[in-house]
Design a protein around this ligand. Structure first.
Ligand code: PMP
Ligand code: GLN
Length: 381
């Protein structure tokens, strides 16, 4: 195989979902909801298929979706982008990330990322020939170490990759942390890539502050998001990247040879969902908050104290109280012991074993499913 291809092992998400099927486990591992997005969105996709929207859409996405994406960004954050030149639709946020790295990372370049980080980051940066430099070493109480962040910048640093709300910890960066990242990026003239896929999955009164709204940042920031998360349609793989025209042009130059285009009938449906306003998203967020509290109480009742997330649909616990030192071993063991699947944190770390005792639990599931998971976990304690 080519040297750029890393491990051929399936990702931990594929491994754990397969284990859930093989053992009949409740799957709180891979992050996908067990209910669908809004009915009006699903009906729009059906209508699109029936009315013949089944051939290649434009590479940058259909005009209606690009307009809906930029209007949504303006409505929520006051950030204005030109739908013709400053946004492109992609095959999920995953393609937006991969195309961004291929467009801007040269062999030997470094990309700073908040560690622990989502597994595709290091794989795609390495396929582009670059290296990820992790900063943070966050336990479940996730505090960004700003001194470490400053120390991580080197002459080879090309970009900072910021994921907030953050997978897997559920942390949401605050104004102080974002101000420090912005200062560093402008001082060293770095590109900033913001993975904002969980922008609407926030709890209590926590706010998502896009880094692009900070002074001097819009012109150097690429914002990436995904309808999969916002509208519970992870299998549709409709994502996007937004940023200054010259940066989006480079991303499209790569994207046109990765997929060219994708998801024709889903694009009008996502445009409709974005245009519809925020009622569905707000209700979904409140419902998710209830699920967060429900699973947190359940995990607590079996001796696992969760770190309460501020955003995303994941929460983290330390598994040592149940007699395990290693989260991966725990996650490979408990499907057989009690029929529940979770995701070990350690796969999100590149340079330390700080994540070893932690596991991530997805709570974007129906209440009976969450309750059943807790009922099964009782036998471990
Ligand atoms: N970034 C993060 C932080 C994610 O958690 C995910 C999905 N799990 C993605 C990107 C990929 O999103 P998509 O499914 O739209 O490709
Ligand atoms: N982003 C999802 C998660 O963190 C998984 C996506 C995947 O399976 N690659 O659970």
């Amino acid at each position: 195989k080519a040297t750029r291809v890393g491990s051929t092992a399936p990702t931990v998400f594929a491994e754990m979902s397969a284990l859930a099927v093989a053992t009949g486990s409740v799957n709180l591992g891979q992050g996908f909801p067990d209910s669908d997005g809004p009915a009006f969105m699903l009906e729009e996709a059906e209508r699109a298929i029936a009315s013949g929207i089944n051939q290649y859409p434009p590479a940058r996405g259909i005009p209606a979706l690009r307009r809906a994406i930029v209007e949504h960004s303006h409505r929520h954050y006051g950030l204005a982008y030109d739908p013709e030149t400053e946004v492109t639709v992609t095959a999920g946020a995953t393609e937006a990330l991969a195309a961004t790295f291929m467009a801007f990372v040269d062999p030997g370049d470094e990309v700073i990322a908040l560690e622990p980080f989502y597994d595709s980051y290091s794989a795609s940066v390495e396929m582009a020939g670059g290296h990820i430099v992790g900063v943070g070493v966050f336990g479940p109480d996730f505090v960004l170490d700003l001194d470490e962040l400053r120390a991580a910048v080197s002459p080879r640093t090309k970009m900072i990759l910021v994921n907030s709300p953050h997978n897997p910890t559920g942390a949401v960066l605050n104004r102080t942390e974002l101000t420090a990242i912005a200062a560093l990026a402008t001082e060293h003239d770095l590109l900033v890539v913001c993975d904002e896929v969980y922008e609407h999955l926030l709890f209590d009164d926590v706010e998502h502050l896009p880094l692009a709204t900070f002074p001097g940042m819009r012109e150097r920031t690429i914002r990436i998001s995904s309808a999969g998360k916002t509208f519970s349609a992870t299998g549709w793989k409709i994502g996007w990247a937004m940023g200054p025209a010259q940066l989006i042009t480079e991303i499209v130059a790569v994207k046109q040879f990765l997929t060219f285009a994708s998801g024709a009938p889903f694009q009008p449906a996502i445009a409709r969902a974005l245009d519809e306003g925020d009622a569905w998203v707000t209700a979904a967020r409140l419902e998710l908050q209830g699920k967060r509290d429900r699973l947190a109480a359940g995990l607590r009742s079996v001796g696992l104290e969760p770190a309460l997330p501020k955003g995303t649909y994941f929460m983290t616990t330390d598994v040592r109280p149940l007699g395990y030192a290693d989260g991966l071993e725990f996650c490979r063991d408990i499907p057989h012991r009690c029929g529940v699947v979770a995701i070990p944190h350690q796969v999100f770390y590149a340079r330390t074993d700080a994540g070893k005792p932690y596991v991530r639990w997805a709570f974007c599931k129906s209440d009976p499913v969450l309750d059943e998971a807790v009922r099964r976990l009782v036998s471990l304690s």
